[in-house]
Design a protein around this ligand. Structure first.
Ligand SMILES: [Zn+2]
Length: 353
């Protein structure tokens, strides 16, 4: 190729490119003119700091399923305002200053916290033993859950190591007496209280004496640390993206004490009002109080009711054997093949297969 030919080729390519640019290429970008003085306290519209992330990169996600912290766009906007020197740095919703701003950051997956101090649910029979024949709990004040109330009556608890006075009864009376205490209370009283869902009292703790003005009740079982749980009113299930039996993780607390609590059991039904129930130890650890907000950050689906069967491993089998119990194929659990072999080896497999 001669020099002339190369020059011609370059000219040809250049002219073709120019032709293309007139038809399909994008026009030269132009920057919008900054308007006059921006309104005091407001960022000019052309400033990147005035834009929220979804303006720039809109995302479509199903309602109630958020991959990020729900207050993220509000947080980004606040952080940008702060970076531009137009406001304080955003604070987590749990702190005092953050709480004021919480109204603007309130989102669909935020729930109110209710902190439960130690309390007693009592059977009608035990109530009569404690407070006298023919007596029933009197309403002191209603509590958040529909139909339930803090009763006027209190009892004293005594355990092997200590005593606690003024423990409130929560009414109305129910089938079985159930004492809900915090791990710190259990330590003070000198008893072991397992973490249990309210009402599920198998293998619950005992060793505590209840004392009322008319008599005493010895508790051999029914002493629990309540499993942290989220009551959900049926109307809120969809917005929160949860169903009965789900386990969720929630985030709460001010900067420096912020925590994520896992294994929060969702209890959804007509006699529930939406509220996250934590015991006093959990609340103190996260430095939150009744009325503060928590945010649901993750959820795992519970199995359909009636189909929930735990999986037993070799280690579980060893524990069952240590308790002197037996296992069988008909039991309400699933077993790994190794666990089944172990059960046979330990002689606690009842089917003989
Ligand atoms: Zn509760």
């Amino acid at each position: 190729m001669t020099k002339d030919e190369v020059a011609k080729l370059i000219e040809l390519v250049a002219s073709r490119l120019a032709e293309k640019s007139r038809s399909t290429w994008l026009p030269t970008p132009s920057r919008p003119e900054p308007p006059g003085d921006p309104t005091p306290g407001m960022l000019p519209a052309w400033s990147g700091a005035a834009q929220t992330l979804p303006d720039v990169a809109p995302v479509r996600r199903p309602v109630g399923v958020s991959r990020h912290r729900p207050e993220y766009p509000a947080l980004v906007a606040a952080a940008r305002q702060a970076a531009a020197g137009r406001g304080p740095a955003p604070l987590p919703a749990g702190s005092k200053a953050g709480a004021e701003r919480a109204s603007t950051q309130r989102t669909r997956r935020e729930v109110r916290i209710g902190v439960s101090n130690r309390h007693l649910h009592v059977s009608p029979r035990d109530f009569e033993t404690l407070f006298g024949k023919g007596k029933a709990p009197m309403v002191h004040r209603p509590i958040s859950q529909p139909g339930q109330y803090a009763a006027a009556e209190v009892v004293a608890l005594s355990g092997p190591k200590g005593k606690l006075d003024g423990v409130r009864i929560v009414g109305p009376a129910r089938g079985t007496t159930q004492l809900e205490i915090s791990p710190a209370d259990a330590h003070l009283l000198g008893v072991t209280a397992p973490v249990r869902q309210s009402g599920k009292l198998e293998h619950s703790g005992g060793g505590i004496t209840l004392e009322g003005p008319a008599g005493k009740v010895e508790l051999v079982s029914g002493v629990i640390v309540a499993q942290r749980h989220l009551h959900v009113a049926p109307a809120d299930g969809k917005t929160l993206g949860v169903a009965d039996g789900d386990r969720v993780a929630v985030e709460c607390g001010p900067a420096g004490r912020r925590v994520t609590l896992h294994d929060v059991l969702v209890r959804l039904g007509p006699d529930h009002a939406t509220e996250l129930h934590l015991d006093l130890d959990e609340a103190n650890a996260a430095q939150v109080a009744t009325g503060d907000a928590a945010v649901i950050v993750a959820a795992s689906r519970g199995a359909p009711a009636g189909k929930r069967r735990p999986l037993l491993t070799e280690r579980d089998v060893a524990q069952v054997a240590a308790r002197g119990d037996t296992l069988s194929a008909a039991g309400p659990y699933l077993m790994t093949p190794a666990a089944r072999d172990r059960a046979r080896a330990l002689g606690i497999w009842r089917d003989g297969t």
